[in-house]
Structures are given as structure tokens and as C-alpha cells.
Design a protein around this ligand. Structure first.
Ligand SMILES: [Zn+2]
Length: 376
């Protein structure tokens, strides 16, 4: 059976991985039910327990939320527990059997509202959930008297916060490796792409919305607009590789045109796709540009002269020297339009390695190297 990691709803220190669900070993704050409704078989209906009304969800993060509701104050003293039924919102295309082993019913000790629900074992970022609540009263024989279920409320968890992104950043720093010199950013595409740039866009590459590759819950997926560039070099030649999954034509732009004192650098994401390669997404945004403003609120900023992935350092003779991490593949998103005239377009001599494409690539959720403990 798959291991399931539990942690306490109320953020006490209990957090243990079990192969089954030995509820007697969990902390006293809560219990889990894996199948059926918590009231099944041994509980009795007790009309006077108040049904939670007007449920409100607030303070939503990628792995927690606060919940509160109204209830008849006269019966409050009888309530010893809350039953919370939390489910991923049914998706027509999803496999109904996929999440069957994940417990969704919580029995929480009654606490003053709002109550914080924090359980990274089932809350994923950027995911829609439904929630309903019962009030319950534990009887002397151990059974529960319960109210009717409340109305069902829907909500969506948030993207990774900068706290989580900083954890991801630290994981990426650990495997980035030594720094190699580079001098150009490059972008491969098909002939049709560059024809369109010349004939329709007046010679300018325009930013487009980032796809859903990388971490589920990344705040830039589907939101940040930019143009994707590479800068990795081959350690033996010091030059960009001659292969690319993205097309036979390559725009090559001098590094200082896109990255330097006029830009800010942000850590965007860290992921892999079931292969040995790890990818780090960085964002380079001209200071004060819309992309810069977007990232400032959402992503960890990196010191352009001193970080483990991509650096720009002024040498004594006033030249800029650029370096990239050797052991990760960098995907650099530049957030503003780029003129074709800033660089040169030429055909690569290598192959088109489609398998290395990261377009809408799904992150491997089981990789210990690039996953933090929240979400999937
Ligand atoms: Zn990985």
C-alpha cells in the first residue's frame, strides 16, 4: 500500500508517515475516516445539534485554509467535534478510482472559529475543492451524535507562496553545480515562427503566456508573459549545443542585451519530467516593466551577481561576464519584446530532439530532488 503522510490539522508537531491509518497513533486533535461517512452505523441523529450555516473559507494558501460558519449559539455547548468532508471537485475527465485511498473526512475537535485546516497530505495547490461540515457531540459510549450536513461550498487553493518557492529554490541550489561562462542567449523555433515575426510582428518577438509546464501551483504558469530563451553551453566546447527540440532555426542574442544592470532576476520554478535532467526556470525582467512588477510580488528575487544559476558580474576592465549553472537546464523567460535585429538567426547543424521538449511538461511528483512537502 502506498505511504500516506499525515500531519495535524492544527499544526502541532505531529507529522508521521504511515503505511496504514492507525488512528490511535495520531495526535489527539483529529481522526480520519477512509470510507463512508463518519456517522456510518454507530452514530445517532440528534436533531438539536446546529447545522453549520453560511460557511466561509478565507486565508487560502496552497496547502491550508481557514473555515468558519454561523450556528445557533444555544446548542454550542453540546458540540465536541466538527466533521469536515473535503473532496477534490469532480472533474469529468478524471479517473474516479484514482484518489480512492486518500482520506477526505476529518473529525476535528471543536475549537473557536475560524478554524485553520492544514493538511498537506491531501491539499494540492491551484486545485478546486468542495467542503461540507457537520457538528457532532461525542457520547459517553464513544459514538457521535451529529447534525445534518451543511450546504456544500466550493473553493480553489492558491499557488505556491514565496515561502514554498524559497524551499524549492534551496532544493535547486543544492544540485546546480559549478558555473560555466556563456556569452549568448538563444531561442530555437521553426521557420514559420520567424517568418511570422518578420512579416506580421515587424521584426519583434512578442511575449506569450507561459504554459503549464513545471510545478503544479507555480504562480507563473498560465499568467506570466514572456519569451523563453536558453543559455546552457556544452562543457567541452563552451558553445550552445547544436541540438534542440524546438526547431532548426536559432536566434542568438548577446547576453548583455537581455541580462545586466537594467534587469532583475527571479527564481521561477524547479522540476523534472521523469528523466535525469532537472530544469530551473528563471525570469529576467527589465526593471519596472510589467513582468518585473508581477514577479516582485510572487517570486524570490536573486542577486544577479551572486546566485547559483545565472550571474552577470562586471570585471575590472568594465566588461560584463556571464555564467550559468552546469548541472541544471536553465529556461530563461524574458518578459519584454525582443527585436530580431538584436541578434542573428541561423540554422543549427544538430538534430531536433523532440523528447527534450518541455512544452506543457508534467512534473514528476515523486522525485525527491525537486519536490517540497506541499502539493503535487
Ligand atoms: Zn526532479
Amino acid at each position: 500500500m502506498k505511504n500516506i503522510s499525515f500531519s495535524c490539522l492544527f499544526s502541532c508537531s505531529a507529522s508521521t508517515v504511515y503505511t496504514h491509518i492507525p488512528t490511535e497513533h495520531l495526535c489527539s486533535h483529529f481522526l480520519f475516516e477512509t470510507g463512508g461517512k463518519p456517522e456510518a452505523s454507530s452514530t445517532v441523529e440528534m436533531e438539536e445539534l446546529p447545522v453549520p450555516q453560511n460557511i466561509k473559507i478565507s486565508n487560502i494558501t496552497c496547502d491550508s485554509f481557514k473555515i468558519c460558519w454561523d450556528m445557533d449559539p444555544r446548542a454550542k455547548d453540546k458540540i465536541t467535534h466538527y466533521f469536515i468532508d473535503l473532496n477534490k471537485k469532480e472533474n469529468k475527465n478524471s479517473n474516479k478510482f484514482k484518489h480512492k485511498d486518500v482520506p477526505t473526512k476529518l473529525v476535528a475537535k471543536a475549537v473557536p472559529l475560524p478554524m485553520t485546516v492544514r493538511g498537506h497530505w491531501f491539499l494540492s495547490p491551484r486545485t478546486e475543492y468542495t467542503v461540507a461540515v457537520q457538528t457532532a457531540s461525542k457520547q459517553t459510549d464513544g459514538d457521535y451524535a451529529i447534525s445534518e450536513w451543511s450546504d456544500i461550498i466550493e473553493f480553489c487553493t492558491a499557488d505556491y507562496s514565496t515561502v514554498h518557492l524559497n524551499q524549492l529554490l534551496q532544493k535547486a541550489e543544492a544540485i546546480a553545480g559549478r558555473m560555466l561562462k556563456f556569452s549568448v542567449f538563444y531561442r530555437n523555433q521553426h521557420k514559420e515562427y520567424f517568418d511570422h515575426v518578420k512579416e506580421v510582428q515587424g521584426g519583434r518577438l512578442l511575449p506569450s503566456v507561459k504554459d503549464n509546464s513545471g510545478s503544479h501551483g507555480s504562480p507563473i504558469s498560465g499568467k506570466l508573459e514572456g519569451i523563453l530563451f536558453s543559455c546552457n553551453t556544452e562543457f567541452n566546447t563552451g558553445q550552445p549545443p547544436q541540438d534542440s527540440p524546438y526547431g532548426r532555426l536559432r536566434l542568438t542574442v548577446p547576453a548583455q542585451a537581455l541580462f545586466g544592470p537594467h534587469t532583475r532576476l527571479y527564481f521561477g520554478d524547479f522540476y523534472c519530467m521523469y528523466t535525469a535532467y532537472h530544469y530551473v526556470i528563471l525570469v529576467v525582467a527589465p526593471r519596472g516593466s510589467p513582468g518585473d512588477v508581477f514577479c516582485q510580488e510572487r517570486l524570490p528575487e536573486l542577486d544577479a551577481a551572486d546566485n547559483r544559476f545565472l550571474t552577470c558580474v562586471a570585471t575590472e576592465d568594465g566588461q560584463l561576464e556571464f555564467r550559468h549553472a552546469q548541472d541544471v537546464i536553465l529556461e530563461v523567460i524574458y518578459t519584454e519584446p525582443v527585436e530580431l535585429a538584436q541578434g542573428t538567426v541561423a540554422e543549427i547543424s544538430g538534430h531536433q530532439l523532440m523528447s527534450l521538449s518541455t512544452v506543457n511538461a508534467k512534473k514528476d511528483p515523486s522525485c525527491k530532488t525537486c519536490n517540497i512537502s506541499v502539493g503535487r
